[in-house]
Design a protein around this ligand. Structure first.
Ligand code: BEZ
Length: 258
């Protein structure tokens, strides 16, 4: 099957100046990795590399992978001592299996979720650990509902699974789930223009084919319609819901092959 390309271009300057919470929140996730010096790690969907660097600072041998060439170029220029490469979560492979795969705020961009889980499993040693956090069921539901109503469900680029849906994917692809949680994480969007900047940064596939006047109208209407639910104490607060998982790659069950 040919998977349609989602229209999403990453402006790394905007990403870093207005959306730095993406990796600032991700710092806590690193604790779950429990890095031991010398371990080999992949940071899948590494963006501009800030968390990749933190994991390296803990003593890991890390490679950052991202499907966007602009992100990889920015990451490489910021952290030239780290290896970064352009590759896709649903099709990447590594020469030698690694100890751990880490992924923050990336896998909701990969609707081919089962392919990604298979690639992650193949990239890990037996006993290797997968730690990830991304948007879960009903993530940014008010914004999604608004954009889908305005532009159609088929424009939605995101995969926001429930715990049970993601647990089944992991368990049917050789993982044992040790920890899973779906939690609400209301997220302050920077400045009075926070909502429009969020839509312009992350919701580009909903804006395809629109003129700049039409986009401006859509943004103004979003600010009007979503104000009652998302604007509090002079700030836009997006209704994030995160899924966080820790899973371990199981040995192949030789009895199931008989
Ligand atoms: C998230 O981090 O949950 C997210 C970011 C951008 C678009 C959708 C979800």
């Amino acid at each position: 099957m040919v998977v349609p390309k989602i229209a999403q271009a990453w402006d790394t300057e905007q990403y870093q100046s207005k959306h730095s919470y993406v990796w600032e929140f991700g710092s806590q996730l690193i604790d779950l990795l429990a890095i031991k010096p010398g371990e080999t790690v992949i940071d899948l969907g590494c963006g501009t590399g800030e968390l990749t660097k933190k994991i390296q600072d803990l003593g890991a041998n890390i490679i950052g992978i991202d499907s966007d060439a602009q992100m990889v170029s920015k990451a490489t220029s910021q952290f030239p001592q780290i290896k970064f490469k352009v590759d896709d979560a649903s099709s990447f492979s590594v020469k030698k299996p690694v100890d751990k795969v880490f992924s923050n705020a990336a896998l909701h961009w990969v609707p081919q979720a089962e392919e990604a889980v298979k690639r992650i499993s193949e990239a890990l040693k037996v006993g290797g650990v997968f730690v990830a956090e991304f948007g879960g069921k009903d993530n940014v539901a008010s914004i999604v509902e608004y954009l889908e109503n305005m532009r159609g469900k088929e424009q939605n680029p995101w995969f926001f699974p429930s715990i049970s849906e993601y647990a089944s994917l992991l368990e049917s692809n050789g993982f044992e789930l040790e920890f899973a949680s779906l939690y609400k994480r209301p997220t302050a969007l920077k400045g009075k223009e926070g909502l429009r900047n969020w839509i312009l940064m992350f919701g580009q596939s909903f804006l395809v084919g629109m003129s700049s006047d039409q986009i401006e109208q859509l943004l103004r209407r979003a600010e009007k319609d979503l104000r009652a639910s998302l604007y509090k104490n002079n700030q836009w607060i997006a209704d994030y819901r995160r899924i966080r998982v820790l899973a371990v790659k199981k040995p192949i069950d030789s009895s199931s092959k008989k």
